[in-house]
Write a protein that binds this ligand. Structure first.
Ligand SMILES: CC(C)(COP(=O)(O)OP(=O)(O)OC[C@H]1O[C@@H](n2cnc3c(N)ncnc32)[C@H](O)[C@@H]1OP(=O)(O)O)[C@@H](O)C(=O)NCCC(=O)NCCS
Length: 182
């Protein structure tokens, strides 16, 4: 099992391992989880999930972490940065707590706080962006608490749960993150 890479109040982030594949596969085939993300439009199998994990560690534009509870070390979800742009110094972030019993208990906000610390303090980025579906109130609440602000809305861009929904674009700058930390 990989060692903690960066540690928060409730969770720590570590590298995602091949041995994590089974849990990831379960989450990525759970419609209650995938309704909130761009997965779930076809079944995920072990080959494709394994390739995804390997790819994250092969290139410099993506970083994925396993989110683990500090108490008990349980792996409850994944988060990370994608499409890191080293010239303009921004990246897109994504997160999914796959263990549904762990929703709404502060783990996601704590994990995203670590991703931001990683992005700004370790990678020296200046902006972190994300897209969230309009009905995902829990996620939006969590992101706003961390200092993300809405910068745009792509109207009826996605089809989820049988209807078209808006995609909200949010971002946090390095300065806003510094202010939110204080
Ligand atoms: C989104 C996600 C990362 C948030 O993490 P979390 O650990 O569940 O959330 P937290 O407990 O840290 O914070 C959620 C906040 O929203 C509030 N909340 C919880 N459930 C809510 C709901 N159904 N509606 C509105 N707000 C809600 C909480 O009270 C909390 O705010 P507070 O601290 O001011 O009370 C997690 O729920 C998740 O991974 N969900 C499934 C996949 C997903 O949505 N990924 C994000 C895609 S953009």
């Amino acid at each position: 099992m990989a060692e903690p890479y960066i540690s928060g109040e409730l969770v720590y982030l570590r590298a995602l391992e091949k041995s994590d594949l089974e849990a990831c596969l379960r989450w990525m085939n759970d419609p209650e989880v995938t309704q909130y993300i761009l997965m779930g439009r076809k079944p995920m199998n072990a080959t494709r999930e394994g390739e995804w994990i390997a790819e994250q560690y092969r290139n410099d534009a993506d970083v994925v972490f396993a989110i683990c509870k500090k108490v008990g070390d349980e792996h409850i979800g994944n988060c990370g940065l994608n499409e890191i742009n080293w010239v303009d110094r921004f990246a897109t972030t994504g997160i999914a707590i796959g263990e549904k019993s762990c929703w709404g208990k502060g783990y996601g906000t704590d994990a995203m706080r670590l991703v931001l610390r990683y992005a700004f303090e370790i990678l020296n980025l200046r902006r972190v962006e994300l897209a969230v579906f309009d009905f995902n109130e829990r996620a939006i609440r969590s992101y706003k608490k961390l200092g993300f602000v809405e910068e745009g809305r792509l109207v009826e861009r996605r089809y989820k749960n049988g209807r078209y929904i808006d995609e909200i674009l949010m971002a946090i700058s390095r300065e806003a993150w510094g202010r939110a930390k204080r």
